[in-house]
Design a protein around this ligand. Structure first.
Ligand code: HXC
Length: 273
């Protein structure tokens, strides 16, 4: 659990403009029990949103939902476990339940991902398929299940990108990708292929659905401190060497990813001109 989970109040996110955008809005998030996605959702809930997180592990997902709900008094956070993003019907049921219980789906975070360290000769056909299916098909299934709700939300929150929209924002998707495939990463061919596909899907959706008011963006975290992913991929004893491989000399933080998410889901851009 990230130690800084309750620190969002102490900085820029106290600003009312973000709360205006997110108040009473609903975020649907896959992979929501993971360290990065839970931080993204927690920041949104803190700023006024309600949330539905889905994951494969029932106990972990339900417990995380309860924990995220503590970010704001009165917050509604649903945790739906036993949701494998590779199963469209199961995902559709979860999206429908989210919209029914919380009233809408305004934002989507497609964060479910598979990962392990293995060289190409150690990756079996089924292992390659599993990661591609979780990342690419899972993201596709997530968009398919939520797009009608996102379109409805987008139509209520139309903006010219310049004028302040007092009604906030909606109809926005963020895909959680990675930086592994930008330059090539050993032992990560399967994930690199999958995340490249996620990036491509996000770009196509942005161009295709943009005229209907939908935004589609990618956040590509590099190594992020205190996450399950980095704990699995980078041994603690090699951390100093790992830090040196990052230009800033440190790992990123979950808060930085949450901050980027809030920015993309807000209309902050229209207010700084
Ligand atoms: C090689 C492996 C393996 C490993 C599983 N497989 N683990 N192969 N090395 N360590 C193989 C299995 O042997 C099997 O192939 C196939 O993968 C499917 O495994 P199953 O267990 O049957 O299926 P499933 O549970 O559906 O998928 C396994 C999984 C998934 C893909 C490993 O459980 C998973 O990824 N869990 C971790 C989720 C996670 O932490 N996500 C966050 C990612 S963070 P065979 O041929 O034997 O049938 C991230 C950030 C990266 O991505 C950025 C860091 C810098």
């Amino acid at each position: 659990m990230p130690q800084e989970k309750h620190q969002y109040m102490s900085n820029v996110w106290r600003d009312d403009i973000f709360s205006e955008c997110l108040k009473n809005k609903v975020v649907f998030c896959t992979g929501g029990a993971g360290t990065i996605c839970s931080a993204q959702v927690r920041a949104m809930v803190h700023l006024g949103a309600n949330a539905c997180i889905v994951g494969r592990n029932v106990e972990k997902t339900e417990n995380m939902a309860k924990d995220i709900a503590t970010a704001r008094r009165g917050a509604k956070v649903i945790g739906i476990g036993a949701v494998d993003v590779r199963l469209p019907e199961v995902l559709q049921q979860a999206a429908d339940r989210c919209a029914q219980e919380l009233g809408s789906i305004d934002f989507v975070i497609a964060g479910a991902a598979g990962n392990f360290l293995a060289s190409i000769d150690q990756v079996s056909p089924n292992a390659m398929k599993s990661v591609i299916d979780i990342d690419i098909l899972g993201s596709y299934n997530t968009v398919k299940a939520t797009l009608p709700y996102l379109r409805e939300s987008a139509s209520k929150h139309k903006t010219d990108g310049k004028t302040e929209n007092r009604n906030g924002t909606g109809g926005r998707i963020v895909f959680v990708s990675a930086t592994l495939h930008y330059a090539g990463t050993p032992l990560q061919s399967h994930v690199s292929v999958a995340k490249a596909g996620v990036d491509a899907m996000a770009m196509s959706i942005a161009i295709e659905q943009g005229p209907r008011g939908i935004t589609s963006n990618v956040i590509a975290p590099g190594p992020i401190a205190d996450t399950e992913g980095i704990d699995r991929l980078s041994k603690k004893e090699n951390r100093e060497r790992s830090y040196k491989a990052v230009p800033s000399g440190r790992f990123g933080t979950v808060k930085e990813i949450a901050d980027a998410t809030i920015y993309l889901f807000s209309d902050y851009r229209s207010r700084v001109r």
